[in-house]
Each structure stands twice: as C-alpha cells, then as structure tokens.
Design a protein around this ligand. Structure first.
Ligand code: FCB
Length: 474
C-alpha cells in the first residue's frame, strides 16, 4: 500500500548523541581531561555550574540505552567517540580501556540490529592539545588524523559510517570568537584558523580512515545555517550574503569545491591574510565525501541595521545566532547588523520553529553537493518537560516539531533530494553545552539524580515513524 506520507523503502531512522553530553564518568578508566571539563570548571561559563558528570552515566548504562533504542525501532545510532578516552594526552599512548568501551558499544548495537554511526570529534578536544595551541594550531589537525586512524583500525571492521567532525562552525566560532563554548576564547583570527584546521583535520582524518583498508563511508555533520534577509532591501540582502559566507560557504566551498569563496576572503581581509592556509590543504579538504550530514534546527533572519525595527524583535550588536547561547557578532559583520525574530513560536532554546528551513537547506545542499547522499544527522527541539503523575512525559510540542520537520524532509525527498536518512537529536535528555542540564532535547526523559529513563510521548511517536516509515497520525 502506498501512503501519501510514506518514506521510501530503506530510508534510515536514527537518533544522535555526543560523548560529552551523555557519557558522564569523566575520570573513569584513564580518560584524560577535555576542554569541556576545563570550561565547565571555569566559573560563569556553564549555566548552574553544571559539568559532564553525571550526564546520563551512559558510560555505565550503554546496554540499557541500546535497549531503549530498540524500543524506539532505531535503524541507526549516531554517537561520538571521546578523543580523551582513547588518547588521554591527545596523542601518543592509546588507552585500551577507553577504546574497549566503544568496542562494547558497537557490538551491543550490532547485536540489537542497529547500525553504528560514529562521529570522531564532537567538541571534546583533549586538554593537552589545547595547552599546545588547540585548533588554531596546525598540528592539531595532524593529531586528529592519528587519532582517527587508531579508532578506525579498532572499529572499522564493524563501523562503516564515519563523521569526522561535528559542526565545525560551532567548534571554531562559538569556541574561539564568541567564547560561549570551550575553549572560551574571543579572538576572531584564532577562530578562522581553527575553522581551517578543523576542515584540514577532516580531510586528513578521511585519508587516515580510508588507509586502514576497511570499507568506510565518510562524511561530516555540518550545521548549514538557513539565513534569510529580513527584507528585500539591498542592505539586508548584502548582510545575509555576508552571514551566509561566514556561516556556510566558508565550510562548504572548501569541502565541495576545494576553494575558499572570494567574497568571504574579501570580507575578512581586514582581519587576516589567511596565511595559515598551506598550498596542499585545499586538496586534502576536498577529498570526495561519501555523504554529507546536515544538522538543522531553525532559520535565521538578518537585517543590516535595527533602524526602523521593533526593538523587541532584534538581537545582537552584529548578528547573534540563536545557537550561540546569547548574542554576539558574526565575524565580518558590520557592527549594525542584527538578527530579527519573526514572531514565530519558539522552543525552550528561543529558536523559532519553521520547518520550511529544513526543506530549503536540503534543496540547497543537494544542488551544491553534486548528488552525494545526504542525511539529516541532527534535528530536534528542547521543551520544558515534566514527568506527570501517570509516570509519563506528555510533550505535544515536540511531536508537532518533529512532525513538521519530518514532513519537510519527505517533501525534499519527493522533489528529488537524495536524502537517505534522518537522526533525531537526541536519544536522551543530556548536557546541553553552555546551558548545562537546563535544556531537554531527548526522546527519552532522564532524571539526572536517579538516572531513571522514561520514554516521552514523542519517543513513542518516533518509534511508530521509525517502525513503519510513515508519518504517524496523532
Ligand atoms: C548542536 C550540537 C548538539 C546539540 C544540539 C542541540 O549544535 O551538535 O551537540 O547540542 O545542537
């Protein structure tokens, strides 16, 4: 039977997490410190002084969590490997016990019939490498490739899908320019160098994984922003073009075309001459991708200035992203540029809900990436959930969010976009970076004090979707 709301046969349904956000056990079995441990320990950086402990104690409860994945009918699970568990010093001696954890996780997933999709860098850089200069420093890209080889050699006989880095924009600009993510620096040139070295790290890691000889499919998870001019005036269109350059094309042009966009280089010429880009880097970065992961949450509207706009709708002196946890300027933005809310419903993050952005981002990346497979590697929302007297979590807003976005994804598929799968963010409530435990994104509710898990109504809804490939009726 064909259903109007049915995805193609074989479409992959998954959920995603990241090591620092769920594992806890930050000192277990020889794990080294990461920049997020340091950032959390720095007063005022993370809401409520929250840290990577206990998170979901997934390090000790992974078998139970794989059981939950089965309940949700997941075909795939996207997790990240904690670099400081595998190489506590960032390079050199391998910590067997750390690697063993991922070995067990992968075996447990496979035994449950769930494909393991591994991300190698979801922001927990070993502190030792930060001490040596971190991502602004070229050597970090080479250390990343060495680490990728260690993990791929061990897991590559069972893990086929690899994402090198997660959201290089966040890791570079939120971490080094806006200072709201680890390592918490505010240096635009360091941020640009970090962005370049994250891309280089991606390219070198891809080569390292391929050279293990395992059958690997390699991509990365990119949070392509959907940036719309607030109005059709030439000024707003120009502001949106600039923002698109430093949010999107500064990553996708090197990855997909092997070159930095000329307008971005010109926009940023007052900051740097990009002398950190060596001759052979772009060829390494543009190594063919087997797939591209797209993380999408909300679109953003940009205006050249706040002049004439309702002050309650604008944020930023320079454009702040909804994702940065609070205001700040784009690299390359004029001081007048602002972010303009459109009065749409918002999630607990304050991000506006607009599924048309999902359709737009998939259409655009399909056109730009030359027909490679696309996957939504993250999409989801935070709402203020509570466990009610009946022991359930009723979260109709989250179901509505998923329904709208999954429908937009289906529309994209119908229009010819080679979208092959979708991962919900997130499996479990978890540590939401600078927001600590105050923002809940899970399909499964976690009580951090007792570690009790409760599948939310949205989790049950998602289980029906994943089990049938059809958008469930509510
Ligand atoms: C993305 C991150 C992910 C999660 C979601 C809400 O930027 O990749 O770890 O925090 O946002």
């Amino acid at each position: 039977m064909t259903d109007r709301e049915e995805f193609p046969e074989g479409f992959l349904w998954g959920a995603a997490t990241a090591s620092f956000q769920i594992e806890g056990a930050t000192t277990a079995d020889g794990r080294g410190a990461s920049i997020w441990d340091t950032f959390c320990a720095t007063p005022g950086k993370v809401l409520g002084g929250d840290t990577g402990d206990p998170a979901d104690d997934h390090y000790h409860r992974h078998a139970q969590d794989v059981g939950l994945m089965r309940e949700l009918n997941l075909g795939a699970y996207r997790f990240s490997v904690a670099w400081p568990r595998v190489l506590p010093e960032g390079s050199g001696e391998v910590n067997r016990a750390g690697l063993d954890f991922y070995d067990r996780l992968v075996d447990t997933l496979l035994a449950a019939g769930i494909q393991p999709w591994a991300t190698l860098y979801h922001w927990d850089l070993p502190q030792r490498l930060q001490d040596a200069g971190g991502w602004p420093h070229r050597d970090t890209a080479r250390r990343f490739a060495d680490y990728a080889a260690v993990v791929a050699e061990r897991l590559g006989d069972r893990v086929r899908h690899w994402m090198t880095v997660n959201e290089p924009w966040c890791a570079s600009f939120l971490g080094h320019h806006l200072g709201v993510h680890a390592p918490g620096h505010r240096d635009p040139v360091a941020a640009l160098a970090a962005a370049h070295h994250l891309l280089l790290g991606h390219g070198l890691a891809a080569e390292a994984i391929r050279s293990t000889g395992h059958d690997a499919r390699i991509g990365l998870a990119h949070n392509q922003a959907v940036i719309r001019p607030h109005s059709a005036t030439a000024e707003d269109v120009r502001a949106a073009r600039r923002a698109d350059g430093v949010r999107n094309r500064i990553f996708t042009d090197p990855l997909l075309r092997g070159a930095y966009p000329a307008d971005v280089l010109a926009d940023l010429a007052h900051l740097t001459d990009f002398s950190f880009v060596a001759d052979t880097d772009l060829a390494a970065i543009a190594t063919p991708l087997d797939f591209l992961g797209v993380n999408y949450y909300a679109p953003e509207w940009v205006a050249a200035s706040a002049k004439g706009l309702d002050p309650d709708t604008v944020s930023g002196g320079g454009v702040g992203s909804g994702e940065d946890g609070g205001g700040g300027a784009w690299i390359g933005a004029t001081p007048e540029e602002v972010h303009v809310s459109q009065g749409l419903p918002v999630t607990h993050m304050g991000w506006e809900v607009d599924p048309s952005g999902m359709y737009d981002v998939l259409r655009r990346l399909a056109a730009e990436s030359g027909g490679i497979d696309l996957y939504v590697t993250e999409n989801g929302c935070a709402y203020e959930d509570t466990v009610t007297g009946d022991g359930a979590v009723h979260d109709p807003d989250r179901i509505a969010y998923y329904e709208g976005h999954v429908r937009a994804a289906l529309e994209a598929v119908r229009s010819g976009v080679p979208l092959r799968g979708y991962f919900a963010w997130s499996l479990l409530d978890n540590f939401e970076w600078a927001w600590g435990y105050s923002r809940r994104f899970g399909l499964v509710h976690v009580d951090y004090a007792t570690q009790e898990r409760v599948v939310k109504d949205s989790g049950r809804w998602y289980a029906r979707l994943a089990g049938t490939g059809r958008i469930p009726r509510r």
